[in-house]
Design a protein. Structure first.
Length: 251
């Protein structure tokens, strides 16, 4: 595997991540034991999610895996999905948006309206709606979110009630086993265990989403700076996750 990682991922002050791995394994084990097959699934898109697949694979934990194919992903991301599928012999269900919804939005507003009126509408059609349809069939799901990914995730818990997709009739549980990991921890694990990763990372892309809404970042920029870079940091969620912002006075 190509081991040339972007310099933004390298950190000489790496820490022992064995405790984090054990903690993550415990959270995944809890999820798998509590929720039977068919009621629990992992949402896969990036480097963090492959770590979860790798840890589950190494410890004999079965996870159903799905990924959102928005129709605007980089070609490298599609190729990466296939690499992961083959590397772990892992089935990955691809979720696509409703074509009628996409057609209506593009007909009315064009292909790049998010640059002027925000990304929420496009993300709702291409991500939130297909994800909601999938989560309606589950009792719990697993994500690769981390607390240090941005101001919208600072209060992230390893286990929580999903505030976005739960309903009055049904409480959806959400597991975030990597909540306490840092970006440096993620890339230390990838280097140590030779985990597959998206080749766009070698070109300066740190957080990777849809092609029009993702750019490479500089060495001193935050990893989420390349997502929806024309919007404020507190708005950098696509609707899949609740904003968990801790006021400065409480930090």
């Amino acid at each position: 595997m190509n081991t040339e990682l972007a310099q933004t991922h390298l950190n000489d002050d790496t820490r022992d991540i064995r405790a984090l791995i054990a903690e993550t394994q415990a959270v995944l084990g809890e999820a798998v034991c509590e929720f039977p097959s068919g009621s629990l699934a992992l949402s896969f898109s990036g480097a963090e999610d492959v770590i979860l697949i790798d840890i589950a694979h190494r410890h004999g934990l079965h996870l159903d895996v799905f990924s959102l194919d928005t129709g605007r992903l980089h070609p490298e991301t599609h190729e990466f999905l296939e690499v992961v599928r083959k590397h772990y012999d892992q089935a990955i269900e691809l979720l696509s948006p409703n074509p009628i919804g996409v057609q209506e939005m593009v007909k009315a507003k064009g292909l790049f309206s998010f640059y002027t009126d925000g990304h929420s509408e496009c993300c709702k059609v291409r991500k939130v709606q297909p994800l909601r349809q999938k989560l309606d069939t589950l009792a719990a799901w697993v994500t690769g979110q981390r607390q240090d990914q941005g101001v919208t995730r600072t209060a992230l818990a390893q286990r929580q009630t999903d505030e976005v997709f739960s309903t009055e009739k049904r409480q959806l549980v959400k597991f975030n086993p990597l909540a306490h990991w840092t970006s440096a921890d993620v890339w230390q694990y990838i280097r140590t265990y030779q985990v597959p990763y998206n080749p766009l990372h070698n070109r300066g892309f740190v957080s990777i989403g849809c092609q029009p809404c993702t750019r490479a970042t500089g060495p001193y920029e935050h990893e989420r700076a390349g997502r929806w870079w024309w919007e404020q940091a507190e708005n950098k969620e696509c609707g899949l996750h609740a904003k968990r912002i801790i006021p400065l006075a409480q930090r």
